[in-house]
Structure formats: structure tokens, C-alpha cells
Write a protein that binds this ligand. Structure first.
Ligand SMILES: [Zn+2]
Length: 175
């Protein structure tokens, strides 16, 4: 029994390490010339309706613009929610997840692999963005927290350990 648990533990450790070894290239989910506006201040903006704090950024673009996977990874969740509209979650390198909402349509299959640059959907105004200018809600979460992002005097500041500001990842870069 113990050796079985040891094996599982080893497997999990290897799995975690693999997540950090995969090259971590991140590009913009909307190509630069299709972006009409980004509000860089919108990250962690409060109050933000039902979301409390806005844990991502909104990229404004024409309805129907292709949404590209910013990383190579796996589709771990997709569907429709009354707030999110058509959404997609991608698990990418370093155990980070990439979340997109309000899309008009999505072209993904659950648990399938996507390469960086693959079209995963189209910009829209679904969910609670209906009737508002079309935009892509984009957030990056990390499964393993970054304690140095903790902000004591910020609303929901502890959650900052689990979120990255996507505005910093709109030009291809790795880190
Ligand atoms: Zn948003």
C-alpha cells in the first residue's frame, strides 16, 4: 500500500515538474491590428458588478474577430454561463489557466490539445455583455499561488496570488 502511494506521489511530482519544463510562450489572444481598445486599468477594478473585483482585462474588438489560443495547452472547460456567455478554459504551461468569456462562438472540444495561435472562438457579446460593445474577457489564473503578488491593502488582495495581469502578456514573450 505504502509503495503504491509512493508511486502516486512520484507521479504527481513529475507531473508538476513537467508543467514547469514546457516552454512557456504567451501571445495575444487577438492579433494586435484587430484590437480596438484595452483598458489596462480594468485589471482588479472594483466594484465590478457580480464579479466583485474584475480579475482580468477586457479586449475590445469587432464582433466575429478570431480569438487565438495564447498558449499551447488543453481545453479543460468550456460551455455557456449566464454571466460569462460562451467561455473557454485552457490549461497551459506552468499550471496556469487561460480564461475567455463573452465569445460569440467557440470552436473547441473538451480535453483536446490546442497549439498557440489556434482559433478557439470568435469575439462576441454573450452572457452579461449582451448589448454592450463586443469584447473578449481575458484572465490568467495560476493553480500554484505566487505569494509575492499578495496585496494586504487591496480588496480581495490575497486572491492576487492566483491571478496574473493579462495586459502584460499581449506581446509574445516567455517567462
Ligand atoms: Zn471583463
Amino acid at each position: 500500500m505504502i509503495s503504491f502511494l509512493k508511486k502516486i506521489l512520484k507521479f504527481l511530482i513529475v507531473l508538476v515538474i513537467i508543467g514547469y519544463i514546457i516552454p512557456n510562450k504567451i501571445s495575444s489572444p487577438i492579433s494586435q491590428n484587430n484590437i480596438s481598445k484595452i483598458d489596462p486599468e480594468s485589471f482588479w477594478y472594483y466594484p465590478w458588478g457580480e464579479s466583485g473585483v474584475h480579475k482580468g482585462i477586457d479586449i475590445f474588438s469587432e464582433k466575429g474577430t478570431a480569438v487565438l489560443s495564447p498558449v499551447s495547452g488543453f481545453i479543460i472547460k468550456n460551455g455557456y454561463g449566464t454571466i460569462a456567455g460562451n467561455y473557454v478554459y485552457i490549461l497551459g504551461p506552468k499550471w496556469r489557466t487561460y480564461y475567455f468569456a463573452h465569445m460569440g462562438t467557440t470552436f473547441v472540444h473538451l480535453y483536446r490539445y490546442v497549439s498557440r495561435g489556434d482559433t478557439i472562438g470568435k469575439v462576441g457579446d454573450s452572457g452579461n455583455a449582451t448589448g454592450k460593445p463586443a469584447h473578449l474577457h481575458y484572465s490568467i489564473e495560476t493553480i500554484f499561488p505566487y505569494p509575492w503578488f499578495y496585496e494586504k491593502n487591496t480588496i480581495e488582495g490575497w486572491k492576487k496570488m492566483f491571478y496574473l495581469n493579462p495586459a502584460k502578456y499581449l506581446n509574445i514573450k516567455s517567462d
